[in-house]
Design a protein around this ligand. Structure first.
Ligand code: 5AD
Ligand code: SF4
Length: 494
């Protein structure tokens, strides 16, 4: 399962992409609002790619957009309600545009679209297109159908919304155009999608469908293209990324460890590799060994455990015990002693007793995480846990989440503090808030600010960490550093 953030506004494509000059000459503008995980950010960028040949370039604001796509997330809480209120605002924007003689196509994509389907068209008739995560390669056809419906003379056909939430037999990945947009220094590459695990709290197996792994050649080609376009770091994405098992040209099926080694060896200029999100059940020996052997594989792992109680893990259908999680962490730390760990936790899952929660607290104290995401259990319609009778009262969930987050926040601060005075290689990604400042990432995914010239974007520089803020660190150039950081001496510098 991919970690989730807040809704992210961006124009055109994901991750602060810059538009190609050709767009400036084109009339139509596209605005995509992305909610949720990195997979949605990746999908938003692909939707922008699919629509580019139709003349759509990025809009700065929905008010100037000829098409707006809400790429939605259904993982927790009142996701659908948020989408409907956003749609109400968009309808007003569209009406204002119509009064001024313009128009706007409104599309709802992503997991809420998959889950709610035709209900969206019924509740908000201003919506022109509803599409699921597996059908966005067909967007040009949907746009044509929506435009025909909008202009139809026959009142029965006029304004009838287009719905495409199938799970088509053909993979969308075989039909996506090559991206013409610069991906940025740190790029996402989806290698796997969907989930067959059916954790009892989770909507993903229903909204994203069955597990699917892209073949090696397709992944390698996309990685090469991203690097040729300026990427220096690639994060391999999947709802269950370490369940990836792709066909290779040698006729064999590879696992993720082998893919990581292959990309590290074969894609020149690729300085850093990450992958997310993993499941403890699929953490195999080869992948753990890759952490020891592949210098480009960054020492950071997001491995959701959800709970420290075997009873709750079983009720969640997580298919592993707490001991297995401990064992994986111990082996990872053997392989790569400085590895930083991240995880997801759910408190207040149905039936979670005080003793179960205390077991989670003990696990957290024992492992020590660098970064985490923790949530109150939220009943998702259609999932088995939503029907369980022993739901935990909201007040109890609130209190548990507060206690857990207090400890997790302290651990994150401790982890960041421990880097003060150390020299770490930072991949410079983009301008910071202040003039003359750039921001990059440490191997442990910490944001680090430093004074540097924009021409250094895309380079790995050694910084001595000398400050710590709420969300980021700051560092100064350590050109005369003593070489104590042996692990990183192998890392290539652009
Ligand atoms: N309630 C609360 N948290 C959830 N997650 C997934 N489904 C739910 C739910 N119904 C959390 C899990 C997952 C992360 C992406 O979101 O911790 O790993
Ligand atoms: Fe992750 Fe479980 Fe959801 Fe699959 S069902 S995406 S393994 S939380």
């Amino acid at each position: 399962m991919l970690e989730c953030g807040t809704g992210i506004y961006h124009s055109g494509a994901g991750q602060g992409r810059t538009s190609r000059p050709v767009y400036k000459a084109l009339a139509k503008k596209l605005y995509i609002k992305t909610y949720g995980c990195q997979m949605n950010m990746y999908d938003s960028a692909r939707m922008a790619d699919v629509l580019a040949p139709l003349g759509y370039g990025p809009a700065e604001d929905p008010a100037e957009a000829d098409m707006v796509i809400l790429n939605t997330c259904h993982i927790r809480e009142k996701a659908s309600e948020k989408v409907f209120s956003e749609l109400g605002r968009l309808k007003a924007t569209r009406d204002a545009r119509r009064e001024a003689g313009d128009d706007m196509i409104i599309a709802v994509a992503g997991c809420v679209a998959q889950a709610e389907g035709a209900e969206i068209l019924r509740r908000q008739p201003a919506v022109d297109i509803v599409l699921g995560p597996q059908t966005y390669h067909r967007l040009p056809e949907m746009v044509a159908r929506a435009t025909r419906a909008r202009d139809a003379k026959d009142p029965k056909r006029r304004g009838v919304g287009v719905l495409d939430t199938e799970f088509p037999a053909e993979s969308k990945f075989d039909h996506l155009p090559e991206s013409g947009e610069a991906p940025g220094v740190s790029a996402f590459l989806a290698i796997q999608e969907g989930c067959d695990k059916f954790c009892t709290f989770c909507v993903v197996p229903y909204t994203r469908g069955a597990e699917f792994s892209r073949p090696v050649a397709q992944i390698e080609a996309e990685a090469r293209r991203l690097v040729a376009q300026g990427a220096r770091e690639i994060t391999l994405l999947g709802q269950n990324v370490n369940a990836w098992h792709g066909f290779a040209s040698d006729g064999a099926t590879w696992g993720l460890g082998r893919l990581v080694r292959h990309l590290a060896e074969r894609v020149d200029g690729l300085l850093r590799i990450r992958y997310t999100t993993s499941h403890p059940r699929d953490m195999d020996d080869d992948l753990i060994a890759a952490h020891a052997e592949v210098p480009q594989l960054m020492p950071f792992l997001h491995l959701p455990v959800q709970s420290g109680s075997d009873r709750i893990l079983e009720a969640m259908n997580r298919q592993h015990k707490v001991e297995r999680f401990r064992e994986i962490i111990a082996r990872l730390r053997d392989a790569r002693p400085d590895i930083a760990l991240s995880s997801d936790f759910i408190v207040g899952f149905p039936g979670e007793s005080d003793a179960d929660f205390e077991a989670t607290m003990r696990l957290v104290e024992e492992i020590k995480f660098a970064q985490t995401f923790s949530f109150k259990y939220s009943a998702r319609p259609g999932t088995p846990a939503a029907l369980m009778e022993n739901q935990v009262p909201e007040a109890v969930k609130d209190a548990r989440l507060r206690r857990l987050q207090d400890v997790l926040n302290r651990q994150q601060i401790d982890f960041n503090r421990a880097t003060i005075g150390r020299v770490v290689p930072v991949l410079l990604e983009k301008p910071g808030k202040h003039a003359g400042q750039l921001v990059g990432r440490s191997p442990y995914l910490q944001a680090v600010h430093t004074q540097a010239d924009a021409s250094e974007i895309g380079r790995v520089v050694d910084l001595r960490i000398d400050g710590i803020g709420h969300f980021s660190l700051s560092g100064t150039r350590a050109s005369l550093r003593p070489k104590t950081d042996t692990h990183f001496q192998q890392e290539a510098v652009a």
